[in-house]
Design a protein around this ligand. Structure first.
Ligand code: PLP
Length: 330
């Protein structure tokens, strides 16, 4: 009989704390509305009228790949990740009963690994196509991105070497989809190009769509409580910013924060200085410790924050979600 050693009281007390602390920032909380994600995918499916292959790479943009996949599994024809490892680590195909497509360059040239895990590799050259033929690779063709995609003069040979019946491209413009349709013309191939940016372009949907960002729209809130509030006694912080009042939150660069907009008690305000694990916000006389500082949500979308940060909504989402504690609601 196996003897189990009981954890000491001290070990038990420490364990949950350490696990939570190691993985996630306890103050910054991302609330994920799974019902909204589901209805977003339903809406995409109904308007596009082709199979939906949700893109859940980078842990579903930091929202938790398995929880997201479980919630939309019946609406998905396949799931897309970037690398084989993302699917293997979470046992994604077995868990969801869906094929997984790895969109990025192959991490292994052994077809058995892909077959075992029900992952379709993407290939972009004749040699990889030949080596991975048994795993039925998808050919990623170059439509202008000029990275991990097959140049025009090799397409014919790569398709033949891999016996490929799936052709796709990374694309955000109508011309990218048109180019894939042209390459696939006259072949019995499954074709897809459309990421979120092409969902409103019916001609670009081809045989399936691959939305990422659009699934998460309106479904994510990132918030953190005010830790301290001060009536400012002169210039404050490293940058000696000025203002009648300021507050402090316990998340910083390490949690993806940057200077920019936030909402405090529903009022538009600003993150005025960011440190490694804390930041200053501009507050008003009535704000109190514990009041909510919203970094992302219905009234402050990823696109608005992205414009202020000078980046894409994708980057805003992954930055603010990556280290946050997660709460799911339905
Ligand atoms: C990330 C990605 C997508 C999804 O992009 P969104 O803009 O988030 O919809 C689709 N296709 C490929 C190849 C990607 O890398």
């Amino acid at each position: 009989m196996m003897m189990q050693r009981r954890a000491s009281a001290r070990e038990s007390a420490l364990r949950p704390w350490i696990e939570r602390d190691a993985a996630h920032n306890r103050h910054l909380v991302v609330t994920v509305d799974l019902g909204r994600i589901r209805s977003n995918v339903e809406a995409i499916s109904q308007s596009c009228r082709v199979p939906v292959m949700p893109v859940v790479k980078a842990d579903a943009y930091g929202l938790g790949m398995l929880t997201i996949c479980d919630c939309i599994c019946d609406l998905a024809s396949a799931f897309c990740v970037f690398q084989l490892e993302e699917a293997v680590r979470k046992n994604l195909a077995a868990r969801t009963g869906r094929r997984v497509l790895a969109l990025g360059p192959p991490s292994s040239l052994d077809p058995e690994v892909y077959l075992t895990h029900r992952v379709t590799p993407s290939v972009a050259d004749v040699e990889s196509a030949r080596l991975l033929r048994k795993a039925r690779p998808a050919l990623c063709v170059d439509t202008g991105m000029q990275r991990f995609s097959c140049p025009a003069d090799q397409i014919e040979r790569a398709l033949r070497a891999g016996e490929c019946t799936e052709i796709f491209a990374h694309g955000t413009r109508k011309e990218h989809a048109a180019r894939v349709a042209e390459v696939a013309h006259g072949r019995d191939a499954f074709r897809h190009v459309a990421a979120s940016a092409l969902l409103l372009e019916p001609d670009s949907h081809l045989d399936a769509v691959r939305p990422g960002l659009a699934m998460y729209e309106g479904a994510v809130e990132a918030a953190i409580p005010l830790h301290e509030v001060h009536r400012s006694a002169g210039p404050a912080g490293y940058s000696e910013f000025e203002g009648p009042y300021h507050g402090v939150i316990l998340a910083g660069y390490a949690q993806g924060l940057r200077k920019g907009p936030c909402l405090i008690n529903g009022r538009l305000s600003r993150i005025v200085e960011v440190g490694m694990q804390s930041a200053y916000v501009s507050t008003a006389a009535q704000d109190r410790p514990g009041d909510k500082v919203m970094l992302l949500g219905h009234e402050l979308t990823a696109s608005t924050v992205a414009a202020a940060w000078g980046t894409s909504p994708h980057e805003v989402l992954i930055s603010l979600t990556r280290e946050a504690s997660r709460v799911y609601r339905y």
